[in-house]
Write a protein that binds this ligand. Structure first.
Ligand SMILES: NC(=O)c1ccc[n+]([C@@H]2O[C@H](COP(=O)([O-])OP(=O)(O)OC[C@H]3O[C@@H](n4cnc5c(N)ncnc54)[C@H](O)[C@@H]3O)[C@@H](O)[C@H]2O)c1
Length: 470
C-alpha cells in the first residue's frame, strides 16, 4: 500500500492513541529492543517470552536448502537449534547452505550460510559438524544415528506430505514450509500421522509470528478496531514474460534452447574478469570476487543432477494439432517447480497463502474479542477465479488469481436464514502484472485459445482437484 507522509503520521498517531501512552510504550519497547539485539537472540524470542537459551538446543536436519531453506538456516539462533545434517540434491544449494548467498548484499543478509551462523572458519570444519546428504530419504534413514530429533522441510510443494509422513514414521518431529500439502487430502493424512505417532507437526509461514501481526491482534482483541467486516489483501509480483523470478536460469547443457541458457555462463565470465581486475589492482575485493566466482561455478555444477532419478519428469506441451509448443526437461521441473501443477500450485499457494494466514489470525482475534475461548473459525465458502493472459504455455499456473473467502462472524448461527449479516469476508488477490493492457477482440480471442491449450475446460482455480490454499 502506498501511503503519503501525512497518512503515515495519522496512522502512527492512531496507533499510539490505541495502545496507550506514546512515551511509556515507546520507551519500554526501545529499552527491551536494545537489550535483545545486544543479546543476539533477536526480537521474536523476547516478544514471545523465551528465555536467554535452552539447556540443550534442538537437534535438527534440514531437507531442501534452496532459496527458502537457506533463509531458514540463516535465521537460526544457535542457542536454540543445532543443525546436525542437511539434504539437497543440487550441489549449488549445498554450497549455498554453508557459504551463504553472495549474489548481493541483501541476498547475503537473508542467506548468510551455516559457516557464518555457527562461526565455522572453513567448509571442512562445518562439514565435521553437519552431515551432508543428497536425496531426502538418506537423511531420514540416518536421522536417529545422527542424533536428529526433528526435521525442517523446505522442498518443492509436492514433496511436503510424503517427506513429512516418512519423517514422522521414522520418529521425527516436523516443521514443514508452507503450503502444508499439495491437496487437502494430503494435509489430512499428515495430521493423522502426527496424531498416530504423537509427534509435533507444524507449518511455517513468513510473518506468522511477526510482532506487528501480534500488535494488530492485540488491538482487535481489545476491541479498538471494532468488528472486521472485510479484509482486502493483494500480492502483486510485477513479473512479465522474460522477467520472472520463478523462471530462474539453468546451466546451458540442461536446456540449450532456453531463452536464459547463456545467463549463468555470462555471469561466471563477468565475475572472472572482475576477479582478474581486482588481482591486477591488488585490491581488498579479491577475496570477495573469489567467493562470487566460486558461487557462479557451484551454480553451473547443478548440470550434473539427474533430475529423473529423483522423480522429476520431462514434459512436452502440445497444441490441438499435436505440435509441441513447449519442451520441458525434468531438470526444469526441479528448478522451476512453482510453475507446474504436478509440483507446485501457483500464486495462491506461494503468495495468497500468506495473506490468508494473516486473515485467519485477525478473524480469530475478532472472535476472541467476543469469546476468549473461541476456536479458530473455518471459512464457510470460497469462490475463486484465475486466468493466464500474460504468459505463454511455459507453465501451468495462472497470471491472475482472485478469491473471495467467507468466514463466519462471531454471531454466526447456521440456523438463521439471514446469513448475510453474519459473515466476515476476505478478498485475496495475487497477480503477475497489473499494468492496464488494451487488447482488441482478436488478440483476446488468441489469448483465450492459448489458455485453453493449457487448461481445457478449466476456469475455476478454487477447487481444482480439491486443491485449495485454505
Ligand atoms: N515461509 C515462507 O514464507 C516461504 C517463502 C519462500 C518459500 N517457501 C516455501 O519453501 C519451500 C521451498 O521453496 P524454495 O524457494 O526454497 O525452493 P527451491 O527450489 O529454491 O528449493 C527447494 C530445494 O529442494 C531440493 N530438492 C528437490 N527435490 C529433492 C529431493 N528429492 N531430495 C532432496 N532435495 C530435494 C532442491 O534441489 C532445492 O534446492 C516451498 O514449499 C515454498 O513454498 C516458504
Amino acid at each position: 500500500m502506498f501511503l503519503s507522509p501525512e497518512e503515515k503520521a495519522v496512522g502512527k498517531e492512531n496507533f499510539h492513541a490505541a495502545i496507550g501512552s506514546k512515551a511509556t510504550r515507546r520507551d519500554l519497547l526501545k529499552k527491551s529492543i536494545k537489550a535483545e539485539v545486544a543479546s543476539g537472540n533477536g526480537l521474536g524470542s523476547m516478544y514471545f517470552g523465551y528465555g536467554d537459551s535452552v539447556a540443550e538446543p534442538v537437534r535438527v536436519g534440514v531437507i531442501g536448502t534452496g532459496d527458502e531453506g537457506s533463509v531458514l538456516l540463516g535465521a537460526i539462533n544457535p542457542k536454540y537449534i543445532a543443525v546436525k545434517a542437511i539434504a539437497d540434491i543440487r550441489p549449488y544449494n549445498v554450497w549455498r547452505a554453508f557459504n551463504g548467498d553472495l549474489s548481493s548484499d541483501a541476498a547475503h543478509a537473508a542467506r548468510p550460510g551455516l559457516m557464518s551462523v555457527y562461526g565455522w572458519k572453513t567448509e571442512d570444519e562445518a562439514k565435521k559438524n553437519v552431515k551432508v546428504y543428497g536425496p531426502y530419504q538418506d537423511l531420514i534413514a540416518n536421522a536417529k544415528a545422527d542424533g536428529i530429533e526433528a526435521i525442517v522441510i523446505a522442498l518443492p510443494l509436492h514433496l511436503h506430505a510424503p517427506v513429512a509422513i516418512a519423517a514422522m514414521k521414522a520418529g521425527l518431529h516436523v516443521l514443514t514450509e508452507k503450503l502444508m500439502g499439495h491437496t487437502v487430502h494430503e494435509c489430512k493424512e499428515m495430521a493423522r500421522v502426527s496424531e498416530q505417532t504423537n509427534l509435533l507437526l507444524a507449518t511455517g509461514h513468513q510473518r506468522h509470528y511477526n510482532i506487528l501481526y501480534d500488535a494488530a491482534v492485540d488491538l482487535i482483541r481489545r476491541g479498538v478496531m471494532g468488528d472486521l467486516h472485510s479484509i482486502r489483501a493483494q500480492w502483486h509480483r510485477g513479473n512479465l514474460p522474460g522477467n520472472d523470478s520463478w523462471q530462474m536460469p539453468m546451466p546451458k547443457t540442461v536446456k540449450p534452447d532456453d531463452p536464459q541458457a547463456n545467463v549463468l555462463d555470462e555471469k561466471l565470465k563477468k565475475y572472472m574478469a572482475a576477479l582478474e581486475q581486482a588481482k591486477a589492482g591488488n585490491t581488498k575485493s579479491v577475496a570477495d570476487w573469489e567467493k562470487k566466482v566460486a558461487q557462479a561455478r557451484a551454480q553451473l555444477e547443478d548440470a550434473v543432477v539427474d533430475a529423473k532419478k529423483f522423480g522429476y519428469v520431462d514434459l512436452d506441451v502440445k497444441d490441438d494439432s499435436g505440435k509441441v509448443v513447449y519442451r520441458r526437461p525434468a531438470f526444469e521441473e526441479l528448478l522451476r517447480w512453482r510453475l507446474w501443477d504436478r509440483t507446485g500450485a501457483g500464486l495462491m499457494a506461494e503468495l495468497g497463502s500468506h495473506q490468508l494466514d494473516a486473515a485467519g489470525i485477525f478473524i480469530h482475534a475478532m472472535h476472541k474479542a467476543h469469546n476468549p475461548k473461541a476456536e479458530k473459525p473455518h471459512p464457510l465458502n470460497v469462490a475463486a477465479a484465475g486466468n493466464r493472459p500474460l504468459f505463454p504455455p511455459d507453465r501451468d499456473v495462472e497470471d491472475h488469481v482472485y478469491c473471495v473467502i467467507e468466514f463466519p462472524s462471531p454471531d454466526y448461527d447456521p440456523k438463521d436464514p439471514s446469513l448475510q449479516r453474519q459473515i466476515a469476508a476476505v478478498l485475496v488477490g495475487a497477480e503477475e502484472n497489473r499494468r492496464p493492457v488494451c487488447i482488441d477482440q482478436r488478440q483476446r480471442f488468441r489469448r483465450i485459445r492459448r489458455n485453453r491449450l493449457r487448461h481445457p475446460g478449466h476456469a475455476c482455480l478454487g477447487n481444482r482437484e480439491g486443491r485449495d490454499a485454505v
